[in-house]
Design a protein around this ligand. Sequence first.
Ligand SMILES: Cc1ncc(COP(=O)(O)O)c(C=O)c1O
Length: 290
Amino acid sequence: MRGQPRPVYLNGEWCDTETARVSVFDRGYLFGDGVYEVIPAFAGRLFGLDEHMARLSRSLEAIGMAEPLGRDEWQAIFDRLLAGIDAPDAAIYLQVTRGAPAKRDHAWPGNDVPAGVMATVSPIGSIAGGARVITCPDARWARCDIKSINLLPNTMARQQAAEQGCDEAVLVRDGLVMEGAATNLFAVIGGRLVTAPTGPRLLAGITRGLLLDLVHREQLIEAEESFITVSALREADEVFLTSSTKDLWPVVEIDGEPVGSGAHAGRAGPITRRLDHHFQALKHPQRSSQ
Ligand SMILES: Cc1ncc(COP(=O)(O)O)c(C=O)c1O
């Protein structure tokens, strides 16, 4: 059930999702030794590209890897990927690993081993309804700011959510809310927008950053970057998740309890809807200026 083959760029060659093969010695495969990005394109236009490429550079630098390709080379790959998919909205997935040396060794290979570079594309589906989430302990490492392909704790948390019929797991460290397994989290508390500050304990989500910039620029609501406790999360008026493929995703239920109170209990709240409206205009500038 892999669907229609989609184009894949792999180590300088073009193939497709049916034929692409990596070496068993690829360090991404053996050690999770690599980083990745997911870059959305809406109506064929890449969104947040500079921010995603800057984060890729930060991730590579943090794991001691050189840039494998220049910006023009990446751009040519993205153009060909987007030309090869018949979907209005699509996500480019790219990953860079520390290559495939002949011998499995924890220590890094020399510079003579070329990086493993892969990029592909898939359609972004629309999301129906609000997110039901669970809270669970954050079992990840101490450098969650690196967009590493090591996602085992994230997958375990998301699976725990799925087994409870939920959409996302909210990761909690020392009683404080960090982020979702593959999303950042925002809460509306007392008329203020609150999200965890960036740092080693969470990923600096591009959607998170773009939304905060928009909120400040257009003075949409007072925003604060600070950690909240799980009990504050449960009491929040509104909660939503952000990611490149999900935009702003209202949270309607946390650990089986509805979010918010009154008429909006268990539904997307008015501030979330207003912020989403502004965010959609950012995504589709041509549409909103018509
Ligand atoms: C752990 C984690 N936090 C947050 C995000 C959201 O980041 P972005 O908005 O850049 O997609 C992701 C996206 O994959 C993620 O994996």
